[in-house]
Design a protein around this ligand. Structure first.
Ligand code: C5P
Length: 221
């Protein structure tokens, strides 16, 4: 076990309910919630603002990107709070494109391992159980059917987007994320799969929590 507790990972496609569930699970375990997607989104905002003036390697080398993980996540670029902007639809697609680049992945991989190494964390993303912490004590893979995922994302988005457009963007990102060569979205070895289609948030959290509790009992004995 990590020094402050278990490392729990939750991976899956966008809109599967990972963030909500990960946040609530972390809260009920007294763990920190690490939203790794927000980290990719932070890099995307920096990249979009730079407008291609600086080569990517240099941009990453000098990147003044910081994160505050607590009950949610706050992202700062040069001390400016960009937590609102990271959720823009264009940022989602740019993050998905940039996440195919090994330099971006390595940059964030190091930062994610540094943040999570002490344990007592719930990490959520696409590769947290397959690449970032393959030895995590508990690994989940959460999914739901595309229509339901699009409906959920459409409900929570602040941008004026048609449901069909949300579904299209989502399918495009799923394809990017699953078919890329580096750290593709996949079910990590040993992960517990949970399909959240038609299941409420509280029920999903209860299912996940029971698995973590079981793992704790096993670890003690
Ligand atoms: O989870 P979220 O939708 O915020 O992630 C934004 C994008 O960042 C994803 O579409 C994916 O391309 C990328 N990502 C990733 N690996 C992670 C988390 C996110 O490649 N662990």
């Amino acid at each position: 076990m990590g020094r402050k507790g278990f490392i729990v990972t939750i991976d899956g496609p966008s809109g599967a309910g990972k963030s909500t569930v990960a946040k609530l699970l972390a809260r009920s375990l007294g763990y920190r919630y690490i939203d790794t997607g927000a980290m990719y989104r932070g890099v995307a905002v920096a990249y979009m603002r730079n407008g291609g003036r600086t080569p990517l390697d240099r941009l990453l080398e000098d990147l003044a990107l910081t994160f505050e993980f607590d009950d949610g996540v706050r992202v700062f670029l040069h001390c400016e709070d960009i937590s609102g902007q990271i959720r823009d639809p264009e940022v989602s697609l740019t993050a998905s494109t940039l996440s195919q680049d090994g330099r971006v992945r390595n940059y964030l991989l190091k930062r994610q391992r540094e943040i999570g190494k002490e344990g007592g964390v719930v990490l959520e993303g696409r590769d947290t159980g397959s690449v970032v912490f393959p030895d995590a004590e508990v690994k989940f893979y959460i999914d739901a059917d595309l229509n339901e995922r699009a409906r959920r994302r459409h409900k929570e988005t602040t941008a004026a987007q048609e449901l069909d457009r949300v579904r299209e963007d989502m399918a495009k990102r799923d394809k990017n994320d699953s078919e890329r060569d580096l750290a593709p979205l996949t079910v990590p070895e040993g992960a517990i799969r949970v399909d959240t289609t038609g299941i409420g948030v509280d029920e999903v959290v209860a299912i996940l929590k029971s698995h973590v509790e079981k793992a704790k009992e096993k670890w003690k004995s």
